[in-house]
Design a protein around this ligand. Structure first.
Ligand SMILES: C[S@@+](CC[C@H](N)C(=O)[O-])C[C@H]1O[C@@H](n2cnc3c(N)ncnc32)[C@H](O)[C@@H]1O
Length: 286
């Protein structure tokens, strides 16, 4: 019995789909049945429950915050890699080059300020790539007030990201100069050097809930995250991003995602690259 899968009825599948949608905005399609069974069976058994129905009942009535987090962590998809969709980083380097020449903000002590948010950062490869690409091109950012916020609804991936340690195989496909940035650990893994880790703040954050930060961010990366949301949820999230971006700030989204740029006050500035434009904003609100 212990190794066997628990059967999942249509009704139970619908209940699970409903609960993950309510909590994390994730819309699980019909094709995700196998995924639900394979990811949740162990959890249901660990709770000594006999069926998915009993598990949903537990989630609804008796589950602690941690139990609910385990449910969410089990149903997220965290695929990522260093320099994924690398045209975004080429664009970012050009954009930040303009800000380095002409800083947009200064702190009260006169330091130029740069803020980037990686929303749905998974195990950290995306925000670390941002840090590597920028620090390699602009060493002067060392003296800036430069910070990268990296958030995800899945607390397991945030904990991994904060460690900054990866199997050496993750460097496959990177150029020599990109790979050279990583340190080697005694057990054969690779580690992000501390000067780059120090730029990061990793935090659990559910995009469906309140966002405690006020921004503004010079750029927001939210790539391959809204693909799991339905259209109304996507639009709401994009609207909220636009509120945290200044004029000419950038939003980078995933290769299979799209949004109605003009209606949300953005101009398209490359494949899946959106520039916040007050002009578009005014046009959209007319
Ligand atoms: C496929 S990964 C993308 C990682 C990275 N952005 C990239 O493109 O390589 C999607 C991430 O979105 C996160 N996610 C899903 N729903 C979320 C939500 N409601 N709030 C925050 N993050 C969410 C998942 O936990 C997962 O780590």
């Amino acid at each position: 019995m212990s190794g066997e899968e628990i059967s999942l009825s249509d009704k139970e599948f619908d209940k699970i789909r409903d609960r993950i949608y309510q909590i994390a905005g994730i819309s699980l399609g019909e094709a995700k049945r196998v995924l639900v069974v394979s990811r949740l069976t162990k959890i249901v058994r660990a709770k000594n429950l006999k069926s998915f129905d009993a598990y949903v009942d537990f989630l609804d009535k008796r589950a602690s915050r941690d139990d609910k987090q385990v449910f969410v962590n089990a149903l997220t998809t965290n695929l990522t890699r260093f320099y994924r969709e690398d045209h975004h980083f080429d664009h970012l380097v050009k954009y930040v080059g303009r800000l380095v020449a002409n800083p947009r903000y200064k702190t009260s002590t006169g330091k130029p300020r740069l803020r980037i948010w990686s929303a749905g950062c998974s195990t950290g490869q995306e925000p670390y790539t941002i840090a590597m690409a920028l620090m390699q091109n602009f060493p002067q950012l060392k003296s800036w007030d430069f910070k990268i916020l990296a958030t995800d609804v899945d607390t397991d991936v945030i904990a991994k990201a904060a460690m900054g340690i990866y199997p050496a195989g993750e460097l496959e496909g990177l150029s020599k100069s990109q790979a050279a940035i990583f340190e080697k650990t005694p057990d054969g893994n690779v580690r992000i050097p501390s000067n780059l880790r120090n730029l990061m703040t990793f935090k659990p954050l559910n995009l469906m809930l309140d966002w405690p930060m006020k921004g503004p961010f010079d750029a927001i990366f939210c790539r391959n995250v809204t693909i799991y949301f339905d259209k109304p949820t996507q639009t709401k999230v994009f609207e909220r991003f636009s509120e945290l971006l200044p004029e000419d700030g950038y939003l980078y989204i995933g290769h299979s995602e799209n949004m109605r740029a003009a209606a949300l006050g953005f101009c398209i500035d490359g494949k899946t690259i959106y520039r916040r434009s007050m002009q578009e904003n005014m046009r959209a609100s007319r």
